[in-house]
Design a protein around this ligand. Structure first.
Ligand SMILES: [Zn+2]
Length: 283
């Protein structure tokens, strides 16, 4: 945005019964100026998020550290860092894909693009449910592994996976309600306002820090990645130091998360920490 650009007179918008006054800059930007301006906003938001939410001494600092540690464990699991068993590659490929969407989500969150980050969290949640199912149900594992090996379209859609988890009495925090909330952000006909994480009813898109949006992404992503990593560790690793590292990280992340973000559902983290403890029981 050129400096000292003239602005329009205030324009009234009405959002959910509340009047909001905004002024629009009266200037015709080139495409390059528009994109440069967006990049400037996004980068400034990222710096602000790091300084405010994750700075030294803040409760978020520990969450940020532990989430990074969890992502690095998942990254190593996906990259066969602790040893390669080619028959397990369907699992490692899925983890790597999940690491990719998590990296995208955390970056988008730092840019202030919270809805967009949450749409990626949904993908991590789908991976969590699939891994939780195949880790407990050998028939589903076989069906999934055969499909990947033969490059056939899987019948294990997110809906089928949730139905099987339900049938087998396996509790997952990525249940139909949570999945539906994450899904409604993806669709063009979504009935919710974009980026509505402030209390002034003004939707915002990117480049603007909103603490509720940032902590929500961190919470949902941390939870989904804890489930993914706990289930994958059990599928890939023999009991030992790597499993214990995963357990410590998930349990500590759960503890660190609670002061930062109120859990919308009480069972969310107990399920994740129980899975982590089952994967690496203490003697
Ligand atoms: Zn490998």
């Amino acid at each position: 945005m050129p400096q000292n650009a003239p602005y329009s007179r205030p324009v009234k918008h009405r959002y959910h019964g509340k009047d909001v006054e905004v002024r629009h800059p009266k200037v015709e930007l080139t495409g390059e100026q528009f994109l440069t301006g967006l990049r400037f906003l996004d980068n400034a938001c990222e710096t602000h998020t790091l300084n405010v939410l994750f700075s030294k001494g803040r409760e978020g600092e520990r969450v940020y550290e532990l989430f990074g540690k969890l992502l690095s464990i998942a990254d190593r699991l996906g990259g066969c860092w602790w040893g390669c068993d080619p028959t397990k590659h369907p699992v490692t490929y899925l983890i790597m894909r999940t690491v990719g969407v998590s990296r995208g989500a955390i970056r988008l969150m730092q840019f202030g693009m919270y809805d967009e980050a949450l749409t990626l969290v949904r993908t991590a949640g789908e991976a969590a449910n699939l891994l939780m199912l195949v880790e407990r149900d050998p028939a589903s594992y076989q069906e999934w592994e055969t499909g990947v090996r033969l490059r056939k379209k899987s019948k294990l859609t997110p809906l089928v996976v949730r139905q099987r988890l339900n049938k087998l009495n396996i509790s997952s925090p990525i249940h139909p309600n949570r999945y539906a909330r994450l899904s409604e952000l993806v669709h063009a006909a979504a009935p919710v306002m974009p980026q509505h994480y402030s209390n002034d009813t003004q939707p915002r898109v990117g480049g603007m820090y909103q603490e509720v949006g940032a902590t929500l992404v961190l919470y949902e992503l941390g939870l989904a990645m804890s489930l993914v990593t706990a289930a994958a560790t059990k599928l890939l690793m023999s009991p030992g130091a790597a499993r214990r590292l995963m357990r410590r990280t998930v349990v500590e992340l759960a503890d660190a998360m609670l002061p930062v973000c109120d859990p919308p559902i009480a069972d969310d983290w107990p399920i994740a920490t129980r899975m982590a403890r089952e994967a690496a029981p203490t003697k």
